[in-house]
Design a protein around this ligand. Structure first.
Ligand code: CMP
Length: 140
């Protein structure tokens, strides 16, 4: 296994409930290092650009609305096999399918307000990290 970087977001439904620390602790307890982190309030344009792959989906409007509704914490996580492991730690997209002990099982409100996002593959991790961070903001 290799040390990887993945992109993570703590979404507005979670920052609104003061879950930034609790969720970040779950990443750190799993052995990840948070090597970049900042709090952003996304513009509509930024949310539409970030989630452009979903623009034809029926939930796109709701997704953009939700991501623009409050602050998001954007982060880069580093660790062994970070992309796949982060997806395990987050749990299934729909919290009603998420396993016990996962972030979404513990905190997500619904499939739309599911508290966290994580990259699904190495290519998307690189793209998503570059969407939010410059190289000098990432301190490994
Ligand atoms: P995320 O991992 O950020 O990737 C895309 C997001 O779209 C997903 O989490 C959910 O928040 C949202 N999403 C996916 N499917 C649905 C759905 N059926 N209804 C509402 N939102 C959805």
């Amino acid at each position: 296994m290799a040390v990887e970087r993945t992109f993570s977001m703590i979404k507005p439904d979670a920052t609104r409930r003061n879950l930034t620390g609790a969720i970040t602790k779950m990443f750190e307890d799993a052995g990840f290092s948070v090597i970049a982190s900042k709090r952003v309030w996304m513009s509509r344009r930024e949310a539409e650009g970030f989630y452009a792959v979903h623009k034809e989906r029926p939930f796109f409007g709701e997704l953009v609305e939700s991501m623009c509704s409050g602050p998001t914490i954007v982060q880069v996580l580093q660790g062994e096999n970070a992309i796949a492991r982060n997806r395990e730690i987050m749990g299934a997209t729909n919290p009603s399918d998420a396993a016990e002990g996962t972030i979404r099982k513990a905190f997500a409100l619904s499939i739309g307000e599911n508290s966290v996002h994580g990259s699904d593959a190495p290519e998307t991790a690189s793209q998503e990290i570059a969407y939010w961070f410059s190289e000098t903001e990432i301190v490994g």
